[in-house]
Design a protein around this ligand. Structure first.
Ligand SMILES: *Cc1c(COP(=O)(O)O)cnc(C)c1O
Length: 360
């Protein structure tokens, strides 16, 4: 068996320890004679799995008691609709457009109400985070929406926007659990887990209790109401049980590594290796304004599309997978989530250095 260094933006690398543990438990989960995939979601065994997962996540993120944690399906994209359906009491919301995912969320919200784009970084191909200290937030806006880490473009908010008292809603899919967060600053935090936590099929929503009401847009399906899932402890219907089980293992892995403060330190160290190299390289260039750089997704280019393609091909042959940039932007992107070991990043930087020496 040999494992590659997987720099995919998602689904992405998972901790090897977690995968091994899951493999060991595959046929017989803790003496119950079946795998977690085969057990009832109403069983005592699974109840323990989901409750422990929630407790560990609460501990990792220091989630206050007045927030609910929901394990849902439909991916992050389903939340693009679920958020306006549940939160647009006035039928209005403000969106900050920092990339494709924010734009998609905004476009979806436009189907349900008066969603306004109050800032955007589209003018420079989303290579920066706009100044959000004094935005024209609308008086009747039910919430202000951001995509906190822009997976495709490699930008991240270093300070949250001034929402002028409005509820902040944040898509953290690609920076989930990468560093400590102050949950109290948000009304709703959500993310698909396939970027930085677990297997595709689970989306985690952390939502302040007062935002969970029966007062939703007319026609909102039962399955798309936060209240349905909050009342049932995420067990209204069959949840993505195996995915939740793996997420739970990753939470324990993160706790054992010292929690989110330790992860932040580790992630900063990893990202610095690549950014320092990009800053001094004569061949490769980072594409993001320095102060807005993501710790998780590092896009870069040579400036020559043919050379980019050659780099991706040679890197793959050397065991560095999925370095091709998003199909809409080209170039390269190294996603270096929690589970990417520092050795992988060092090896990539060394490979880039060699490539540069050969091609300049
Ligand atoms: C990947 C991604 C999404 C879409 O996730 P799906 O689960 O495929 O719907 C949304 N937002 C961000 C920030 C992402 O990285």
């Amino acid at each position: 068996m040999s494992r590659v260094y997987n720099f995919s933006a998602g689904p992405a690398v998972l901790p090897e320890e977690v995968l091994k543990e899951a493999a060991e438990e595959m046929l017989d989960y803790r003496g119950c004679g079946m795998s977690v995939m085969e057990m009832s979601h109403r069983s005592k065994m699974f109840e323990t799995i989901i409750q422990e997962a929630e407790a560990d996540l609460r501990e990792l993120m220091n989630i206050p008691a007045n927030y609910k944690v929901l394990f849902l399906q439909g991916g992050a994209s389903q939340q693009f609709a679920m958020i306006p359906m549940n939160l647009m009491k006035n039928g209005a919301a403000d969106y900050i457009i920092t990339g494709q995912w924010a734009k998609k969320a905004w476009q979806e919200a436009c189907l349900y109400g008066d969603a306004k784009a109050v800032a955007s970084s589209a003018d420079k191909t989303f290579s920066y985070i706009p100044d959000c200290s004094d935005l024209p937030i609308h008086e009747n806006a039910d919430y202000v929406y951001i995509c906190e880490n822009n997976t495709i473009y490699g930008t991240k908010y270093k300070t949250l926007p001034n929402t002028k008292g409005k509820t902040l809603v944040s898509d953290v899919s690609s920076c989930f659990l990468s560093e400590p967060v102050d949950v109290t600053k948000y009304g709703l935090i959500y993310g698909g887990v396939q970027k930085n936590i677990g297997p595709a099929g689970v989306v985690i929503v952390i939502i302040r209790e007062d935002l969970i009401t029966e007062d939703v847009l007319p026609g909102t399906p039962t399955m798309l109401r936060y209240k349905t899932h909050a009342d049932a402890g995420s067990l209204y219907n069959t949840p993505p049980a195996y995915g939740i089980y793996i997420c739970g293992k990753v939470f324990k892995w993160l706790k054992a590594r010292g929690g989110l403060a330790a992860m932040k330190e580790y992630n900063e160290k990893k990202a610095k290796i690549l950014y320092d190299f990009l800053d001094e390289s004569r061949l490769f260039k980072g594409t993001v304004r320095k102060e807005d750089r993501s710790l998780m997704n590092v896009p870069f280019v040579t400036g020559d599309a043919e050379l980019d393609a050659r780099f991706v091909k040679e890197a793959k042959e050397a065991g560095f997978e999925n370095l091709k940039g998003h199909r809409t932007v080209g170039g390269m992107r190294a996603s270096i989530y929690n589970a990417m070991p520092i050795e992988g990043v060092e090896a990539l930087a060394a490979f880039m250095r060699d490539f540069e020496a050969k091609h300049i």
